[in-house]
Write a protein that binds this ligand. Structure first.
Ligand SMILES: *[C@@H]1O[C@H](CO)[C@@H](O)[C@H](O)[C@H]1NC(C)=O
Ligand SMILES: *[C@@H]1O[C@H](CO)[C@@H](O)[C@H](O)[C@H]1NC(C)=O
Length: 476
């Protein structure tokens, strides 16, 4: 569609739409500096108090998770946690999943209680689970008891966090932050809890879990002050990331690159210490998302872009946060409507699926992003292309990515992620399409027939045109 529109454009001299080209050589083998890919790098973070409702009372949840599993060939990872993990106390005698009271169903509870059934629900998930437990209440015995129960019930438990965004414990009035509370006192507290909780569950602690940028808070800070006993229990360092901004600034490739580059040293320090680094909680904007930004197709392109950029920068996994059901601007799905950002996740998962390593091809200095995913034999299998130029209407510009050095013969297949504009929302009738297909509101079932375009290879090169605010996946 967009390419036909473009031909017409050239006949209209006043057109503001642009067409530009960049050329990349596709290496025939994964280079030594490529980042190793996790089998399923993009997953979901479910806010602690509402996790049972997502599992038992939102029809789209299981189906949306399944599409990602199909794209990966492996189950999608989840993390359960968030602000309410530090408001939750474990009660081994409580027979429900979780109990709390709120004055409006758009509110998150101030206190809550959960029982062993919560872990049974989490244990039934087919993929890996990172579980966020309470540190804010300073009740170590309760958290150790909960962790021990979780370990015995959940075969899929791969990580335990103690405390969510501890830099806010003081302003949240959390008991543990009584007296002096800063990154140094937090690091000492984390070390103590790592040893105690780690003693109960093993070396699967997901540490840090801060939102404030490193190095003030993060892996580097903890690594510099904790001793080897405490660090021995740490498997993963997690940082939270919510870039915010307008749709245009959020999706712009240069900003995505700058944002991820801010974690470079923290990631290097963690990996040098033999630990994985993840975005344990991320999304477009804090507080459930921004109504004018988070449900848009531009935010979907951001999900795709940040996932590709982070993984090619050795960040192993990203868990996109899902909060209060019915009050969640950035959510991928809800009871009644799909969210455009889900399409970005599907695009990224399709790019990663079965891949072993990834590299960024572009320098991050313009709006055009290009990544190569290499398979288990080290051969290039897919190229992900994102044109992050902000398109809201009128003639649609495009960018031509020329891919050279291709070993494939004849042609390559291309699957396109598009929408009417960067501001399109599913709930306003502007659903994106992924290879011509949509995901149905309420069920997350696939609708429509898959469309793959064929692009001819000439002299080992293929030219793939990607419209402004569009992405394309090239299957080599
Ligand atoms: C399920 O969702 C309905 C509709 O929003 C709500 O009234 C009900 O309380 C929910 N049940 C549970 C167990 O969350
Ligand atoms: C680390 O510190 C803890 C106390 O916080 C102590 O029990 C442990 O022995 C220390 N480990 C090392 C290797 O010094």
């Amino acid at each position: 569609m967009s390419r036909f529109a473009l031909l017409v454009l050239f006949l209209i001299p006043a057109s503001p739409a642009t067409a530009s080209t960049s050329t990349y050589t596709i290496l025939s083998a994964s280079p030594s500096n490529a980042a190793r890919l996790d089998p399923a790098p993009v997953g979901i973070s479910y806010e602690f108090f509402t996790f049972p409702s997502y599992r038992t009372n939102v029809s789209a949840t299981a189906q949306c998770e399944l599409h990602l599993r199909d794209a990966y060939g492996a189950p999608m990872p989840i993390r359960i946690g968030g602000t309410t993990q530090d408001r939750a106390d474990y009660d081994s005698t409580f027979s429900g999943y979780v109990t709390y009271s709120v004055s409006s169903d758009k509110d998150a509870p101030k206190t809550l209680k959960f029982g062993p059934k919560f872990f049974e629900a989490a244990g039934q998930y087919e993929g890996s689970v990172v579980l966020g437990l309470n540190r804010g209440h300073a009740n170590l015995a309760n958290t150790v008891e909960a962790a021990r129960k979780a370990r015995s019930v959940m075969k899929n438990l791969v990580g335990v966090e103690m405390g969510n965004e501890p830099e806010y414990f003081k302003s949240d009035g959390q008991p543990i932050a009584k007296g002096t509370w800063n990154s140094a006192t937090d690091a000492a507290s984390q070390a103590n809890w790592q040893i105690e909780v780690g003693g109960a569950v093993g070396n699967i602690i997901q540490a840090s879990n801060s939102l404030q940028s490193p190095p003030a808070w993060g892996a580097e800070q903890l690594l510099s002050v904790q001793n080897s006993t405490a660090l021995g229990y740490v498997k993963t360092f997690s940082h939270h990331n919510y870039p915010g901004g307008s749709i245009q600034s959020l999706m712009d490739h240069r900003n995505v690159v700058k944002n991820v580059a801010g974690f470079k040293t923290d990631v290097e320090k963690a990996r040098k210490a033999g630990k994985e680094y993840v975005f344990g909680e991320t999304n477009s904007a804090t507080g459930g998302g921004a109504a004018s930004v988070s449900p848009s197709f531009g935010a979907a392109l951001w999900v795709a872009s940040v996932s590709l950029r982070a993984t090619s920068s050795s960040i192993s996994r990203l868990y996109f946060h899902h909060g209060t059901i019915g009050a969640c601007q950035y959510c991928w799905f809800g009871r009644y409507s799909m969210g455009a950002p889900y399409y970005g996740a599907i695009f990224a998962a399709s790019a990663f699926g079965g891949g072993s390593s990834i590299i960024a091809l572009d320098k991050g200095t313009d709006a055009f992003a290009a990544y190569v995913v290499f398979g288990s034999e080290g051969n290039p299998v897919r190229v992900a292309l994102v044109n992050t130029e902000y398109f809201t209407g009128g003639p649609r510009g495009s960018h031509t990515f020329v891919l050279e050095g291709l070993k494939s013969v004849g042609s390559v297949e291309v699957k396109r992620l598009t929408a009417p504009s960067a501001t399109s929302r599913v709930d306003q009738g502007g659903s994106p399409t992924w290879g011509g297909q949509k995901f149905e509101d309420g069920t997350c079932k696939i609708a429509g027939t898959e469309v793959k375009e064929s692009v001819k290879i000439g002299a080992g090169a293929a030219s793939v045109s990607v419209g402004a605010s569009e992405a394309a996946l090239v299957y080599l």
